[in-house]
Design a protein around this ligand. Structure first.
Ligand code: PRP
Length: 579
């Protein structure tokens, strides 16, 4: 037996029986809907030249693309996306074709994911592209098709959030900031890191642009978000108000179709280089990440020598199929699918449910799923502080105080479930959406990264990242490469990179102070709270890296699907913090 001949690479999956059947049904259902609207199928190659995805703009980080080398030494990449190849195809094979062109695709995309995060590297995607029209009607056509796609796949509850990337772009143009500052501001808006954003913007002179950028990630919700934006944008460049009016018109158009699933988020600024005006995302209750992503990308064709406006969306077929399987099985009380496969196969009801998928025009109102929020709390160091905070807010923490070895508990008077987990796992649970909210230290967030909203600095669990060395030693002296022991290799590496210093980082799991004592390292990068551990082991801080405190993080889909409950939690905490 060879080492890897019985397993599949991380991020890939075999699909068996029902999984194939459900996936096929989802594809057929979406296909029928797209074709009914006049979209025609195209298939692009599974791998293309690297240049296609890295022409003028770099839409995909090169680390996320799988690369191959052809027989002439040229770099090829496994298709990370379908829209860019379709732009290439339209600019070449369909050059001169009557406009608009309506295309759809059903094909896999490949994106390298960070190791051991439970993310798929191979995703079955379907989507549509409407090329050659910049009209309001074309935006409406794409949006409606996106909503119909979600609605047609038996998803109980979904939300579409709309944004306008032009608003963010105009504000950033008017901000006198460096490229690095702009990148930081962008990521803080994307992650709804209100506190971090305010801190960064404090460095700029107070003006209308700075005030609006500060508000951008907080401006989300229903029609009221638009009304608030109108007040705030008042007196600013007219272009901003025009973009707002456009969003209002879109929302109005959707309302006329009796849609109650639409939200606005002015903080929706992802892939700012790619999109040019209207952008949107779709969420369903069974997936912790967006399952649909789209918008207008009028600039993209310039990379291929054409000047064509275009709009479209891509939808994650795998997530829709999983959502269907989960739903059907929950309804039927099936927990062990493979073990029961034969019995399930014979069950006509089960078959019927899968086969009865129909393309639904979106004219029905669905009721919002009301459920508990589940919060992941960091065990240990932060636990007491969090329990004290919750108790001071009137939350009944009796179960938490008498938890014994239990890890899943309830706050009986608040419809809140609590999970107690290790810090890094809090992030994992929130990122995957199995917990809606988490409380975790900024140290872990910096080390682990991830996709979630970081909405509040809770001001508890305060400590700092520091570089410490044996007392009296001269860390910067000598030519040898310094060795740094740490539980936080990513943080340590990026700190020394920012100083342009080459160090060797050694990962230690705990009691990192031991490493210099045993001469394994010249210094440590670690969190310091009282400084007692350093003192007791003859170490001293020579540089403070940054302050740390606990943060409230929120899953992106939960933020949209359980907005009322999560807003209430955030509001309660903020009120308590003010007091
Ligand atoms: C942290 C940190 C230091 C210590 C600092 O370790 O890694 O060792 O606390 O706290 P102080 O400044 O108040 O002395 P932790 O207690 O989390 O244990 P670990 O090193 O075993 O992970």
């Amino acid at each position: 037996m060879k080492k890897y001949d019985r397993i599949t690479p991380e991020g890939t999956n075999d699909l068996l029986f029902k999984e194939c059947e459900v996936q096929r049904k989802v594809i057929e259902t979406l296909r029928a809907g797209f074709e009914e609207k006049g979209y025609r199928e195209v298939i692009t190659p599974g791998f293309e030249f690297y240049d296609v995805f890295a022409s003028n703009s770099m839409y995909f980080p090169q680390e996320s693309m799988y690369k191959l080398i052809d027989d002439k030494g040229r770099i090829l990449v496994m298709r990370p996306d379908s829209t860019i190849p379709i732009a290439r195809l339209t600019s070449t094979k369909l050059k001169g074709h009557a406009l608009p062109i309506r295309l759809y695709y059903a094909q896999r995309v490949y994106r390298q994911q960070p190791a051991l995060r439970g993310k798929s590297s191979e995703i079955m995607q379907m989507g549509i592209e409407l090329v050659g029209s910049s009209s309001f009607e074309s935006d409406m056509e794409i949006l409606t098709a996106g909503m119909e796609a979600l609605s047609s796949c038996c998803v109980d509850d979904y939300r579409i959030e709309l944004g306008h990337i032009g608003i963010y772009k105009l504000l950033m143009e008017n901000l006198n900031a460096t490229k690095e500052q702009k990148e930081t501001i962008h990521s803080l808006i994307v992650s709804k890191n209100y506190a971090g954003l305010s801190d960064v913007l404090e460095a700029f002179p107070e003006n209308h642009t700075v005030a609006l950028l500060n508000e951008l990630p907080r401006l989300f919700g229903g029609k009221e978000a638009l009304d608030k934006a109108r007040q705030l944008f008042n007196g600013y460049d007219k272009k901003l108000l025009d973009m707002l009016s456009y969003l209002e018109r879109i929302l109005q158009g959707l309302m006329e179709r009796d849609l109650d699933k639409v939200m606005i988020d002015f903080g929706l600024v992802h892939q700012a280089e790619y999109y040019s005006s209207l952008i949107f995302r779709g969420y369903i209750s069974t997936a912790g990440e967006s399952v649909l992503s789209g918008g207008r990308y009028d600039e993209l064709f310039r990379d291929f020598g054409e000047n064509l406006p275009a709009t479209g969306f891509g939808i994650n077929v795998d997530q829709l199929a999983i959502s269907q399987l989960k739903r059907i099985e929950a309804e039927m009380g099936i927990t062990k699918r493979y073990a029961n496969e034969a019995a399930i196969d014979e069950n006509e009801d089960y078959k019927g449910r899968i086969l009865n998928l129909e393309y639904n025009p979106v004219d029905e109102k669905r009721t919002e799923a009301k459920s508990n929020i589940r919060i992941a709390l960091t065990k240990g160091r932060l636990e007491n502080d969090i329990v004290n905070l919750f108790e001071s807010m009137g939350y009944d923490c009796s179960n938490l105080n008498m938890k014994g070895r239990k890890l899943l508990l309830t706050i009986p008077n608040k419809n809140i479930d609590v999970v107690l987990a290790k810090a890094a796992d809090v992030i994992t649970y929130v990122e995957h959406g199995v917990c809606d909210v988490g409380v975790v230290g900024k140290d872990t967030i910096m080390e682990a990264g991830g996709t979630f909203y970081e909405v509040l600095d809770l001001g508890i669990g305060k400590c700092k990242f520091a570089l410490a060395v044996p007392k009296g030693s001269d860390f910067y002296n000598g030519y040898s490469t310094k060795r740094i022991a740490t539980k936080y290799p990513k943080v340590a590496r990026s700190y020394f990179e920012s100083k342009g210093m080459d160090v060797q980082v050694i990962k230690i799991e705990g009691s990192v102070e031991l490493a210099p004592l045993l001469s394994l390292a010249d210094g440590i990068v670690d969190i310091v709270e009282t400084g007692n551990t350093l003192r007791a082991n003859g170490l001293e801080i020579i540089e403070e890296i940054r302050n740390i405190s606990a943060r409230l993080i929120v899953n992106e889909a939960s933020m949209k699907l359980k907005k009322t409950e999560i807003d209430k939690l955030i509001y309660d905490i903020q009120e308590k913090m003010k007091g």
